[in-house]
Design a protein around this ligand. Sequence first.
Ligand code: PLP
Ligand code: COI
Length: 360
Amino acid sequence: MSRFESMVQSGTIVPTALSAIDWNKLGFGGIITPFIGGSVALSDGIFESISIVANGNISIPPLACCLNYGQELFEGMKANRGPDGRIRLFRIDANAARMAKGAARFMLAAPSEELYRKAIIETVKANADYVPPYGKGALYVRPILAGVGMTLNPAPSDTTIFLVTTVPVGMHYKGSSMVSIKVETDFQRAAAKGTGWVKAAGNYAPCFLPTSEAKHKGFDDLLFLNQTGTHVEEVGTANFAMIKHGILYVADSPSILPGITRDSVMRIARELLDIEVVFAPLELDRVLGLKEFAGEGPADEAFFTGTAAIISPISNINYEGKDYCLGENVGPFATKLREVLLGIQTGVMPDPFDWVTIIE
Ligand code: PLP
Ligand code: COI
């Protein structure tokens, strides 16, 4: 029995029956898939080979480092079914590399790209029946890396679990096809020189309160600003981009997550669609058409990019109580970029970047 198998209480989490799933009504979460995959590394940092086991709770000690000191990070990927029925994974190497960078910062053992790839592919294969039909959604893949060794000292765990779980999902932003957001001026998501660039579990819980307050006021999400309140950072779950005069402006900052969707959208824009891209810190005034940008007016289009969000167009941005309307209909740039991105991800369009892995 592998170390991973001995930590999972297989069978304690009962999968949703396939017959109970309405593929036309997928939300974001709620359906349980039958299998999880994973591996455990001890103090030598070497992971054993991947085991795939029946879904179940994981037993970890009360003094597990991840529970007490937040030594945990995760990834997000999607397996899409194409119209040809085949299942495709997107940019596994980029996700593996991002997890490895985060692991180094958090002093966790990092799975090699090969082990990461195997874990993702084997877990998706085992849950293949739960990959939604083409056009209905995707199988969201959630790899997790956590320090599970006991430690009262705030010091790195001697044991790391690498775990892959999956959930069929529809759209992250439900309801309208465009989203309405509020600029957050009371809370910041990440510190300068902090760990906002890591997909660390601890970056998400602090966003719950301001995000749920914004949702109570009727907004779909929040746009966080940088530490000086002058530049756009990101949403708590996706990156930010806008279009002005045909140019794609993609917000960059050292304290945001370097999104793989963001990078893919920039490459599609530059290399396939001949769109000029400005990838730099993005002034809030430029987005809203304020101060030195007052003559220009607000962005022609704005959208979030992310694995869960895909490309989510923004209809209006509320800043200090004032609404800035960016359009009632999804703009042509967001439409085209989404079509090409999803086209590559589902095999409807060629994959000139070699981003896709087909699961046989
Ligand atoms: N920013 C944050 C905070 C996120 O959680 C995500 C989602 O993964 C993104 C940006 C977008 O990253 P990606 O495109 O790699 O999914
Ligand atoms: C993703 O897009 O993969 C994410 O991790 C966002 C999630 C927190 C909703």
